[in-house]
Design a protein around this ligand. Sequence first.
Ligand code: AGP
Length: 604
Amino acid sequence: MCGIVGYLGEKDTKGILLSGLKELEYRGYDSAGIAVLQKNDFQSYKAVGKLINLEEKTKEFVTDSFAAGIGHTRWATHGKPTELNAHPHLGESSYVVHNGIIENYAQLKKELVAEGVTFLSQTDTEVIVHQFEKNLKSATSAFEAFTKTVSELEGAYAILLVTKSEEKTIFFAKQGSPMLVGINAENEKYFASSDTPLIGQCTDVNYFEDGDYGYVTKDELAIFDITGTKKEPIFQKLSTNKLSAQKDGYRFFMEKEIYEQSTVISDTLLGRLTETEVLFDELDANLFDGIKEIKLCACGTSYHSALTASYMFERHARIKTSVEVASELRYRDPILTTDTLFVVISQSGETADTLETLKMAKKAGLKTLVICNVDNSSMVRLADASILTRAGVEKGVASTKAFATQVTVFWMLSLYLAKAKNTLTSDEITKQIQLLREVPASVQVSDTIHEKIRRLSKRYLNGHGFFFIGRDVFFPLALEGALKLKEISYLHAEGYPSGEMKHGPIALADPGLTTIALLPQHLLYEKSKSNVEELSARDATICAISPLVFDKADDYIPTKEHTDYMLEFFEMMVVVQLLSLEISVRLGNDVDMPRNLAKSVTVE
Ligand code: AGP
């Protein structure tokens, strides 16, 4: 989730770019940079860490004439957060900024290096500017070279490029990553990856569509569609409320992040799937050499994704897997053996308990892996290997898209291991990969379901508590649903294995006890159904979440019929997230910043 800004005009370009990047600060970043072309001379500055570091570096730099400027805040997906990897990236006489992932960057880079091009960074982005300058050598214009370059890219991108070969011009392209262009009465042109930086600067904006590319000059905005046909911009008025704009119009960051899950899961998958195998180019193939067991360790929601992973690792990769709560493992004087791969899971990469267990494992000589959403975090720096979830910054304290991308990474990792250990046939892996590709669609929020959950939530504002129940991977999902509800509605809820209810908890069954029952069609449906019938027979209030109508439920939230239980898992995940959100809204709670909680628990 990088941030992009651009400006073409005669005002203070540097100031406009920096304030635009500041407005994107809420998206999170680990480095930033700008490049300005004025009087046919380029100036570029980059800095890691806070934006103030970039402001410090540019304080002597003055932009006092007509200029083309681009800026970028980076959320690392390829390559560590360093100045060299920060955008903009330079060719010989051109700069580019990019948000997204160029899936075929490795092939393009290989060809360019073979032709003698020197790369400075580890990023996928840098291939864009070198490919452009390669095409420039044989093109009749910079725009022709840019058009050819865009046609050669695969993956997701929002690109801004400036070049000395066509001064006073900014080239743009959009595919899969958001970007818009704004105009005003002074004929200035503004670009950004979201509308916040343009508020107060522009009056009208055009949100680019996938496949759009083109250029702006002082007097022209030329947009072309994927067929190369010129198209008229579709301008609309810009909102004026910055906070609402940061939430993209949603009521809360948590709501926005639930709706973002489809997009961010696509990012998590990008560049990591072929038709027949899972690729983690950030992992050394020998990471699993000599490994006979995997121990997963985390806290909170990350612990729930770890539990989910344990079912997949044992089912697909046939490898013994255990799961630990970090705050327990720390003081249990555990047996840690070097044939165990120690995996920590953390959205923030800073959770104190989890970090301490990572140190314990390293001290005991174990190989370590971290599944994390923040590059350069303490855990990423400490672990032997890391896989980034690419969820983008998660502002809601109650985690949603981080959980979704963690489970996605674990599903891929279980297949990666299954191939290495030959525990699944290539046909089985191919089928699983086809299912993975359906996950983004399975978490798309339908207005119908959201409205049904919103209406239903009025019934769940009191009573003496909730059980969320499920079997197999739906048990950790039940735990996660219960945690979401506790965190933001402050109502008591427990997640439980469906089959365990008869071993005591069913004593609580009465009309005041609400059970949210996860009833997937493709995993132990009959067994789960009979567990719920036991509760219903004792007049407990039941809300069934299932693709199959369950007539003994008091309430029923219909999910789609899928071909596999994991797609049911992801759809039901969205349902329990929305349920906790809408109950919390009705109770008037602060959904994004619930009482007593912090986004990252960096203390014991
Ligand atoms: C999840 O909704 C909570 N905010 C909390 O349980 C969180 O998952 C836990 O503190 C672990 O955080 P981490 O993933 O950043 O390590």
